[in-house]
Design a protein around this ligand. Structure first.
Ligand code: SF4
Length: 338
């Protein structure tokens, strides 16, 4: 765990009990619940004796990032820039859907994957976030915006599979019956395609949704967009292994970039590659506030692309463009405090 023993929010009840052998188990359970609810001060833990609160403060610290900035769009999408305890900035986005509110959160400060369309990778990877820092984004976003959160998407700054130990810890804490009780089925993990990580995730038996950022069906285009591309066929093989091990359909994210990856022949190639395996393709309109090199596809091209992919069998949706006026593409806000 990167946060060390002092970071209490990342601890399971068993780990807290081991750190506090002199404290009755039910008291440790009460402290765990406060930590998971996102308490920002030990004084908030009003049902704990003062002496126990003092002991906790002596033992470690609370993970309470401060909201350095919060922008809200007309459609209710809210983007929050968090300043972490060491001054690093990460972003979370609250997205409002008919079925509930979802937080898109960051798993790393910076990213080393180098995707050409992504602002988060400018400056490389600074450090991994702890499970507690991920949890604090969920509880903090709910508190800042004043709404309940029923889903989590690991699609903010960072590559979750590059920080899998902490991500796995986070998902297990999130589901804990004495914590936020959010099932892994309400969690979606988005990866640029780290093969070892996909295989490890398949073995971890967490029923979350694996979402692969594919963005091109051919290696030439994909490597240009995503320099860590292991090869499209290698990646799709790993996805098939994941489906075989978990029985869970893989989602494929595809940012449509005008004249780069949005031609009809690429749509048919994508459809053919995914035919025969349960797959869902989510087409994402490019947010042009990014690095300037790309433009979004025209609406008629988006429709044409979607129809061509669907003609081979995969289900296809086109993501609604949320929070357009607040630069909701990840990594853009963070750079404003650097
Ligand atoms: S798209 Fe994701 S994996 Fe790629 S550079 Fe951005 S944050 Fe990293």
């Amino acid at each position: 765990m990167t946060g060390g023993p002092a970071e209490l929010v990342s601890r399971t009840p068993e780990e807290l009990r081991a750190l506090l052998p002199e404290v009755p188990a039910y008291r440790v359970g009460q402290a765990f619940r406060w930590l998971q609810k996102g308490a920002r001060a030990f004084d908030e833990m009003t049902d704990l004796p003062l002496s126990f609160r003092a002991r906790l403060a002596e033992l470690g610290h609370l993970t309470a990032p401060t909201a350095a900035r919060c922008q809200t769009a007309r459609d209710g999408t809210a983007k929050i820039l968090w300043r972490l305890s060491d001054g690093q900035g990460v972003e979370s986005v609250l997205m409002r859907y008919r079925h509930g509110n979802t937080v898109c959160l960051s798993t790393q400060a910076g990213c080393r994957q180098g995707c050409a369309f992504c602002a988060s990778t400018v400056g490389g990877l600074i450090r991994n976030l702890t499970a507690g820092e991920m949890l604090a984004q969920v509880t903090g976003t709910a508190r800042e915006v004043g709404v309940p959160v029923s889903g989590v998407v690991l699609m903010g700054i960072g590559e979750p599979l590059d920080n899998l130990d902490e991500v796995e810890r986070f998902v297990r804490l999130l589901a804990h019956p004495d914590g936020l009780r959010m099932s892994p089925r309400r969690v979606s993990l988005s990866t640029c395609g780290l093969i070892d990580g996909i295989d490890r995730l398949a073995a971890a038996a967490l029923p979350l949704t694996l979402s692969v950022s594919l963005h091109a069906p051919d290696d030439g285009t994909r490597t240009r967009l995503m320099p860590g591309n292991p090869g499209v066929s290698v990646l799709l093989d790993a996805c098939r292994r994941y489906f075989k091990a978990t029985g869970r359909r893989v989602s494929y994210e595809y940012i449509l970039l005008r004249d780069v990856n949005d031609t009809e022949d690429r749509a048919h190639l994508l459809g053919r590659l995914l035919a025969g395996t349960p797959a869902h393709v989510n087409l994402i309109p490019y947010n042009p506030a990014g690095r300037g090199e790309f433009r979004p596809s025209r609406p008629d091209q988006v429709r044409c692309f979607a129809a061509a992919v669907a003609s081979h069998g995969p289900s296809v949706t086109c993501r609604r463009r949320l929070g357009q006026e607040i630069d909701a593409a990840c990594g853009q806000l963070r750079r404003q405090i650097e």
